[in-house]
Each structure stands twice: as structure tokens, then as C-alpha cells.
Design a protein around this ligand. Sequence first.
Ligand SMILES: [Zn+2]
Ligand SMILES: [Zn+2]
Ligand SMILES: [Zn+2]
Length: 340
Amino acid sequence: MASKIRNVAPFFCILLLLACAGREEANVEGEADRQRPIVDSLNNESSASQGWKEPMLYVLGTLQDGGAPHMGCDRPCCRNLFLRPATDRKVVSLGIADFKSGSGQLAMFEATPDVASQWHALQSLSGLADVLPSIFLTHAHIGHYSGLMFLGREVLGATGIQVHAMPRFRQFLQTNGPWDQLISLGNIVVNSLAEDSIVQVTERVQTLPIRVPHRDEYSETVGYRIMGPNHTVLFIPDIDKWERWEHDLKHELSLVDRAYLDATFFDASEVGYRDMSEIPHPFMVETMDFLGALSAAEKSKVHFIHMNHTNPCLSDTSFAYRHVVASGFHIARMDDAYPL
Ligand SMILES: [Zn+2]
Ligand SMILES: [Zn+2]
Ligand SMILES: [Zn+2]
């Protein structure tokens, strides 16, 4: 991602100026967003200690594969993060907790390079400190699965962690180092998913893998519909344009209560005003336009995720962030909790 946008510093400065100009007003909206119902902005107290019995979904990371600070980036988006890393800049991941009288089950969607802190966050937010999560993977791009390496003998030395991946992805893990060693040593057990076939995540949560178009060099790419007893969530962190998907996004949105959708780039200014149709992601402005005629209730289901380090929506004081919220959509935030 870094090389594509190396020559856009002037455009980014303009964006930053716009962001600064809107700072005072933006804080008001940022504040409003922070005052969501308690189940939607859980921070410190664990679900278990508060006695919630319904399964919970947690946002464990919101960034594109390269995270932030992004290697090689010396622009304002990352410059200060090299000096002082931010605790809310983690690569995209969701966590699931299913509680059961004093114990429970955990699952993670994606195993990112930030998996150590995300694994800990999931155990801590849920209060299930001794429970080992199972893992569901979307595809074999490094931000989405390379965290598996921490399960091996050099770090955790895990035993029997259940990993779920599509057949070609499973084959890739079985036949390429260092992943094959995780399997031969029993650190992980890789289960094969089938397209459009429901699997159990925990006792009360199920998921449905849905194929999506993306660069499939080493594996298929899927998104997931995640179904709890009360609420259903769509998770599509990486996808080519919505028009190239066999499914209709508006219909898929109608089937769920919330959707975490690919928001790699905000608009063309972020990629040096290259033709947006050439970039294999739906820009946030394209998604908002595509869904623009939907009701406010449908639009409010959308929570943008998988943001590139350059995405101005990573700052809740930016013009872009205010525009997204004013248009009726949401930006996913670390540690958000949502009852399933
Ligand atoms: Zn990605
Ligand atoms: Zn950057
Ligand atoms: Zn990808």
C-alpha cells in the first residue's frame, strides 16, 4: 500500500488542513459517538463480571494489513506513531465470547500480526482469561493470518488450537513452512470450511463463510455472516468492488443487524487521485454512494473497518470522519462490544 501513495504528500496536507479546520465542531460529534449505549462501548469491565449472558462480539482491530505506524511511512499519519505507538491501532480482527455459568468459549476472526495483544484483549474484555480462542480466517494475506506464527514453539507452544479455513487455504497451510510445522507439532488443527455451509463458532454462535472477489494468490477469500441467538453480523474486511460480487450487498445488509465492511481507502485523494475503478477495494465514498438510497436504519448498520494507515477516518476529528457519521454510517472502533 505504501508504494502506491508515496507521491501524494501535498494532497494529504490539504486533507490534514481540512481536518484541523473542522476540529472544534468535530469533537462534538466524536463525543456523541462515544456516548453510545454501554453494551456498545464497553471498555474496562468484563462482560462476565457484569453478568451478561448473551454472546458478545468485540472489535479487536480496525486497520489494513500493514497496521500503523506503517513500514516506510514518514508522513503525518505515521510519523508520531513511530515515536509513540497508539494502543487503538491494531490490524482488523473481531472476537467472540460465549458465556456459560462461570466459563465459556472464545473465537477470533483473523490471526493478525497484532494477535498477541488481541488475544489478551479478548480474554480480558470477556473475563474468560483462561479460555483459548478458536480462529476463523478469511484469506492468506499477511494481515489476516500471519499471527498464527505466534502459536508455535517459539512463542505460545499451543496445543490443538482449532483453526478454520477454506479448502485451498487449508492446503496452503499444510504444505508450506512455517505453517506446516504448526500442524505437525499439533499447535493448531486446521478444519476445512465449505462455501455457504454453516459451522458452529461457539455453542450459541454460528457462522457462514461467503466467497468474495479479491486477489486470491494463495487462498480463496471469504467474508463471514456471524449469527448469535439475537443478532447477526456481516464481516467483509477485504473485497474487490461491490459490483463484482455475486451477492447483492443491499440484500446481504437486509439479512443482518450490523455489518463490518472494507474501508481500506476513503476517497481518490488518498491514492493520488488515481482512477478509483483501478483500485481493487470499494472506496468508502463509493460504498456510501452505493448504499445512499437506503433507509437510515439500513445505513446505520454499516461499520467501516480495515482502514489503511492513510485513511483520515482513523481520526474522529477529521473532515472525512464527520462526513461518514453525518451520512448515517459508522466507523468501527477498537473495543466496541456488540451483543449477539
Ligand atoms: Zn487485508
Ligand atoms: Zn502512514
Ligand atoms: Zn487481502
